[in-house]
Each structure stands twice: as C-alpha cells, then as structure tokens.
Design a protein around this ligand. Structure first.
Ligand code: FAD
Ligand code: SIN
Length: 528
C-alpha cells in the first residue's frame, strides 16, 4: 500500500460555502478544525447568490407566516420540524451575522426587505443590491480567519470518506495533485449541490455533487434526490455565460414576455410572474414550445432606470458586457438547473446515517425544502444548519482512541485514467438536461438510466486527478437522481412527469439506500 501523508485533527469540514464556514466557526470553540475546499476559499454557490436571504425580521412579518410560506412552496413534502427550526433560529443567525459585520441594504436606518416568488411578505434581505452571497461569504471568511485553530486548505478536493462501513473517520483529500488522509473525530460534509450535472445551470464549476457521490459510495442514506429546482430566468444569449437574473427582478416588477411581446404568466397561474419557481419554469418551456423559440424575455424597461442600476448593479454590469442594457432592452432568458432539494439524509442536527459523519447546506436533505425550495431559504439554511451540524459534531465526536488510523486506500498500483473526459462530462450534462430535466417521462428516464449504467465501468477506477474524480462523482449522483425520478410515478413540486401529471399518491419521501456494486434501493416513506 502506498504510504500517504496523514493529518490528524478534531474536526474536518469539507467545503467553504455558507454551511461549511458557519459549521467551522461553531467547531472552533471545541477543538482543532481543518477546512478543505476544492478551489479558492470563496469559490462556491454562496459567493454568487444574488436575491438575498429570507428571514422573518420585518415589522410586517412573523415567523409563523414564513413557516407557512415554506410549507406551501414545498408542496406538502417539507418536514415540519426542520422548517420550524429554520424559521425560528433564522433571525438569531442573521442578527449574529450583522454583529460580525454583514452590511445588508437599508432604507434609512431600517433593514430593507424585498419580495420573491411565493413569499406572502417582503422578507428577503439583500446586500450591495444583488451580491448578498458575496457579502455573507466575506463576513464568514473574515470570522474564520480570527481563529488560529482553524486550518484552511484551499485547492484540496475530497476524494472519498475514510470509513469501515460503521463509522466515518475523515476523508482522503487530493491536495494539489497529492492524496493525503485526514483523520478526524467528526467530519462535516458541506460540499454544496449538483447543478453541474445539467447542461444548463446557474451553479459554479465546483458544484459537481462530490459530497453526495462520496456519501453514495459509502452507503450513506440519501433522500428525495429527484427534486431538482430549475430557475426560470437565466440569461440566454450566444456566447454569454448562463448568468442568473434574480427572481428579485420580478419581485420588483419585472415581467415575462414571449417572443411576440405577449405577457403569458397569468395564463398559467394567478400569481403570474411570482408563481412558484417550478410553475414559472414549466410555463416558460410551454411558451417556448408554442412559439417555437429558444427563450422568452424578462422585461424591466417600464421600471425606473436609475432604480434598476442601484438595485441590481452586478446584473446591470454583467448584462452590459453582452450588449444588453436591462434599463432599455428585454433580456432573453430560459430556465436552468439551480438547486438540489434532496441530498444526504440528515436529522435536524445534521447527523447522517453514518456515525461520525455530519452534513449541512445544499448537499444535505433535512427535508426543509420539501419538493420545492422557497426562494432565498438556502442561505438561511446554511447558517442555521451549519451551526447545528457543528454543535452536534461536538456532542457526538468519536473518542480519539476510536480513530482507525490503519484504514487506507490502495493507490499507486491501481490507478486508472479516463479518456475524453471533457466529452464525457458534456455527454452526461446533456443527457441529464434533456432526459432528467424540467419535464420527465418513462421514455426519457429509461434512456438516461441505460446511458448512465453503460458509463459506470468507465468511471469505476481509482483516480487522482480532479477532472476524473469529478466525472466519477457526476455519474454516481446522476444515477441516483435518475433512479429516484424514474420510480416516482407522479408529479409534485419540482418533479414533473408528463406521463404521470397527477399529484395523487405522490406524498412520500424517497429514502435511497446505496448498496454494494452500485446497487440503489429506494423505499417510500409516506407522509401523514
Ligand atoms: P456552496 O456555497 O456551494 O459551497 C460548497 C463548497 O464545497 C465550495 O466551497 C466548494 O468549492 C466545496 N467543494 C465542493 N466539492 C468539494 C470537494 N470534493 N472537496 C472539497 N471541497 C469541495 N440561495 C439563497 O438563499 N438566496 C439567493 O439569493 C441565492 N441565489 C443564488 C444564485 C446563484 C447563481 C446560485 C448558484 C445559487 C443561489 N442560491 C441562493 C442558492 C445558494 O447560494 C446555495 O444553495 C447555498 O449557497 C449553498 O451553500 P453551501 O454552503 O451548502 O454550498
Ligand atoms: C435569485 O436571486 O433568484 C435566487 C434566489 C434563490 O435561489 O434563492
């Protein structure tokens, strides 16, 4: 066996978005912490979050109303205890963030709250107009830097968990092309979502579902992986990136038009442009099909130009780079994969089915989002559940003597390589977008299952490059998403089957048990 450098710490955190950083701050009170992250510290979905963070703190709002709105958006599949924790602990986590230096936008001395789809109150706090995530990430990184016992390891990609099948003892990590073993008394997976599995996505390049795939390979229970949220308004312009046009733009009065300049959302839902995201995304697809076009338009030209520049400075600047002036031009948009509602099954304290392994943020599934996440609830989730997972990891950490220092993986003799990685990556992303995307059916899902099954032998080796590991992770997670979507023979929230459009019989959670040799077993946990 190749001798690998071993680092021993009390707590290992994988990922440095809002959930991982908030967990690190909690854990630093109880021992030494290592934070490994795949790229620079700030590179994450958190960094690009625009619209804001939802929290019941305005004079016109109540925690109970935030609770109800979240349940309604989740379409009957939210776990109520998890939602209660989110809305009740949210205000304290935000107040703490403000004490640590977060500058949310204000009207005079009062915090300014905006509106987003499916919120019955203006409750979304924002920073620098449309750079809310960047502000939260900045404050958390600054806070983490205050702790001498938090060791930061950027450009370090976790490869797999160190586990004997009963407990988790840390992770194998690719540190600048060199595998190292990090042993820890508790490990927190906070690696974010799976957006990169789809050809069109708002997610950054790092969002390749690594944490989910590591958990799947370790046999950890997963939940509701079929629920992928597609954001309705993502820039659609030749040579432009798949850049998000925040829902807050519709909250401030932006409207959707088809290519003939007709407003169409009221034909689909009484709430028009502010209907739940899944409804708006499907309505856009339907309008694109009807008008044989590749996009619709987001139109803000009737709003005050100076207000738009002030309210959405980052979006204004980015669109201008592609010759689109949001104050004068209609912006071409179409939907893209945005958020993974399912993930590693956890309790409300971030405990997973594997002892010593905790999880928080988008990689996890507490059940807080049900079948469809309420806009701007995920930054709050990262803060609330990051802190909770940290506290549980302190309480349940393994004793030092329990660490299995002898466990290892046999690299060196067995290394594999994958030919044509970029082509295969594109192939998987197209497959998922076309066959497991916004509208699914038996035929499309069967084709995806078969294609993914055929890819398994190609990605089943031991790898030590980031590209190969990412592709392996993408295929492993794509299979689980596809299986769960294939077996849910009904439509609810973000999961829509054209062959089973009814909601009847759909009130269950998919509890997914990954097994030996890539086997996937799915059990239904019925609600109510
Ligand atoms: P992330 O912030 O994605 O962080 C994951 C971290 O894990 C990253 O540091 C990544 O590099 C690291 N990582 C991944 N794999 C590995 C690995 N193998 N090894 C080591 N490190 C790894 N939500 C809202 O509530 N409000 C919004 O306004 C909003 N806007 C959004 C806009 C965009 C464009 C996007 C993409 C998302 C938006 N969301 C928004 C969703 C929200 O940003 C995310 O759900 C949330 O930030 C996830 O936080 P996280 O800490 O779980 O994961
Ligand atoms: C947005 O600004 O539209 C994204 C908000 C979110 O995903 O919560």
């Amino acid at each position: 066996m190749t001798v690998m450098e071993t680092i021993v710490t009390d707590f290992l955190i994988i990922g440095s978005g809002v959930a991982g950083l908030r967990a690190a701050i909690e854990l630093a009170q109880a021992g030494d912490v290592v934070v490994v992250t795949k790229d620079e510290m700030a590179e994450s979905s958190t960094e690009y979050a625009q619209g804001g963070v939802a929290v019941a703190m305005s004079d016109e709002d109540e925690v109970g109303i935030h609770f109800e709105d979240t349940l309604k958006a989740g379409d009957g599949l939210c776990r109520e205890d998890a939602v209660r924790v989110l809305v009740e602990e949210g205000p304290e986590r935000i107040a703490e963030l403000i004490r640590w230096g977060a500058e949310f936008d204000r009207q005079g001395s009062k915090l300014d709250f905006t509106l987003e789809a499916a919120h019955s109150r203006r409750r979304v706090l924002h920073a620098h107009g449309d750079s809310t995530g960047k502000e939260i990430e900045r404050v958390l990184i600054k806070r983490v830097q205050c702790f001498e016992n938090i060791r930061r390891m950027p450009f370090s990609m976790s490869m797999d968990l160190v586990t004997d099948g009963e407990s988790c003892f840390g992770a194998y990590v690719l540190q600048k092309q060199r595998p190292v073993k990090i042993l820890a008394r508790a490990t927190v997976l906070a690696t974010g979502g799976a957006g990169q599995l789809f050809a069109r996505t708002t997610n950054p390049r790092v969002a390749t579902s690594d944490g989910m795939a590591m958990a799947i390979r370790a046999g950890v229970l997963m939940e509701d992986m079929e629920f992928i949220q597609f954001h309705p308004t993502v820039l659609y312009a030749p040579s432009a990136p798949q850049f998000l046009l925040s829902e807050a733009m519709r909250g401030e009065g932006g409207v959707l038009l088809n290519i003939y300049g007709e407003r169409f959302m009221k034909n689909y839902h009484p709430d028009g442009e502010l209907a739940p995201r899944d409804v708006v995304s499907r309505s856009i697809i339907s309008e694109m099909v009807k008008t044989k076009s590749t996009h619709v338009y987001l139109d803000l030209t009737h709003l005050d130009g100076e207000f738009l520049k002030r309210r959405f400075p980052r979006i204004y600047r980015t669109c201008l780079n592609y010759d689109l002036d949001i104050t004068r031009d209609r912006i071409p948009v179409s939907p893209a994969a945005h958020y993974t509602m399912g993930g590693i099954k956890t309790d409300t304290e971030g405990r997973t089915s594997l002892r010593g392994l905790f999880s928080a943020g988008e990689v996890a599934c507490t059940g807080v989002h049900g079948a469809n996440r309420l806009a701007s609830n995920s930054l709050l989730e990262g803060l609330v559940y990051g802190a909770r997972a940290g506290r549980a990891a302190i309480d349940d950490a393994l004793k030092e003597g329990e660490l299995q220092t002898a466990l290892g993986i046999n690299l060196g003799d067995n290394l594999s390589t994958i030919e044509n990685i970029e082509n295969l990556r594109t192939q998987v992303r197209r497959l998922m977008w076309e066959k497991v995307g916004i509208i699914r059916c038996n035929e499309s899902l069967s084709k995806a299952r078969k294609a993914l099954e055929e890819l398994i032998p190609t990605v089943s080796g031991q790898y030590v490059t980031k590209q190969e590991l990412e592709l392996k992770n993408m295929v492993n997670t794509a299979r689980v998403i596809t299986e769960a979507a294939y077996h849910r023979l009904c439509s609810i929230g973000a999961h829509y089957r054209s062959d089973y459009p009814e909601k009847e019989g759909c009130y269950f959670h998919s509890i997914i048990k990954p097994g030996e040799g890539g086997k996937i077993e799915i059990e239904r946990e019925f609600v109510g």
